[in-house]
Design a protein around this ligand. Sequence first.
Ligand SMILES: Cc1cc2nc3c(=O)[nH]c(=O)nc-3n(C[C@H](O)[C@H](O)[C@H](O)COP(=O)(O)OP(=O)(O)OC[C@H]3O[C@@H](n4cnc5c(N)ncnc54)[C@H](O)[C@@H]3O)c2cc1C
Length: 409
Amino acid sequence: MTERFDLIVIGSGPAGSAAAKVAAQAGLRVALLDRAAFPRDKLCGGAVSGRCAQLLETIFEQPVTPSLFRTVTRLRLSHDSVPLGLIRNAPPLHMTMRRDFDAVLHRHAAAAGAVIHAPVRIARIDPEGPRVTLDDGRVLEAALMIGADGCNSATARALFGRPFDPADISFALEVELPRHKDAFRTVEIDLAAANWGYGWIFPKNDSITVGVGGMHQRNPDMKAHLRTYLERYVSPAEADAAMQGCKGAFLPAGVYRKVPGAGQVLLAGDAAGLVDPVSGEGIAWALRSGQLAGEACVAALQSGAPGTALRLYGKELAYVQREIDRARIIQKMLFFSPRSAQVVRNLVRKTSVQRAFLRILSGERDYQDIGRKTLLNVSLLFGKSILGGRRQKGGARPPGSSGPDGGAQ
Ligand SMILES: Cc1cc2nc3c(=O)[nH]c(=O)nc-3n(C[C@H](O)[C@H](O)[C@H](O)COP(=O)(O)OP(=O)(O)OC[C@H]3O[C@@H](n4cnc5c(N)ncnc54)[C@H](O)[C@@H]3O)c2cc1C
């Protein structure tokens, strides 16, 4: 039996729920599919920036409520335990658990009229339909499809052979610590807890998330980095206990699909590689790209030309992609060479640099406001030109067949 929709959205994380909400609200008949029943866990630091909070408000009319978020305004920066600064009045960072957060967004999408299919097992994605065959034999067909199924995207695999080359992306490990004695009131960031990445402590309402993440190929033993980082804060026995529950997942930080999809299929969020390579922030661009993809589908269908959706979407997404390019320059600046440690420490100690980064996190400023000239000047401190970006080509099928294991979703 074939059921017909205007739009099929695969994946109901932030990107998919945003896309489905926007499209259903505009009157499209939307099918929203997820392999999980909600609420479901998703490995993530759950740090929601000011930019992300603004998008939540715009797309979902969802305010930052104390029941869903713990808001923190103290941030401590360090580099291999060397203190670089404690910022007491940082722009608010809102800490959430993705299990609760994603369930709220999923409910908003359903309330807007998206037809929920969750949990479902997808047996086959046919980009030519576009069409999805479920493992119980049902077939869903639509004029357009949005793949918002995360870093290990089956939709991207159906289009391009595999989502990303694991050598190009990042990997992160996390543990949850019980929240005891309100010990952690501060967001902790250590810029050298992993190579080409960082370590974090994010205090939540009911627990504390401790994690390390960085470029996969530069961190062959990420578990050792996490263990070392943990021991700075808890006893060896507590670290042992915490490591029992350690989970890992890939993040597509540092690569994105220049053409975010193919034909009648659009990719959003992690499936399109939209993670900030400096901060590892992915929720904000997942929301924004989902919104833009949903809007592009609405516009294309309203004009009677579904084939224009990808072009419309690509045009609007270009700004996000340029922001990721700019973040890549800063990433290279911070992590280019181990010898740069002292330069990084001196740089990050500067309150002007700290303020600039906090403004970006708060959504007050974008990377583009830092200016290419400033970036060039700073990069000269490191003795090499580090400008330039690396992107995942849109239409090409990368060699090899297996994608990264998305880990605990
Ligand atoms: C350890 C770690 C820490 C992070 N910390 C932060 C942070 O603090 N702040 C931040 O902003 N970002 C963080 N990120 C990045 C952030 O988690 C992602 O960028 C964000 O979740 C992307 O949203 P998405 O909607 O694109 O994909 P996801 O959130 O991954 O959602 C994808 C959805 O698709 C579903 N799905 C997958 N495959 C299928 C399939 N075959 N069929 C049906 N459904 C499917 C999944 O069940 C899931 O619901 C972190 C990532 C990691 C790994």
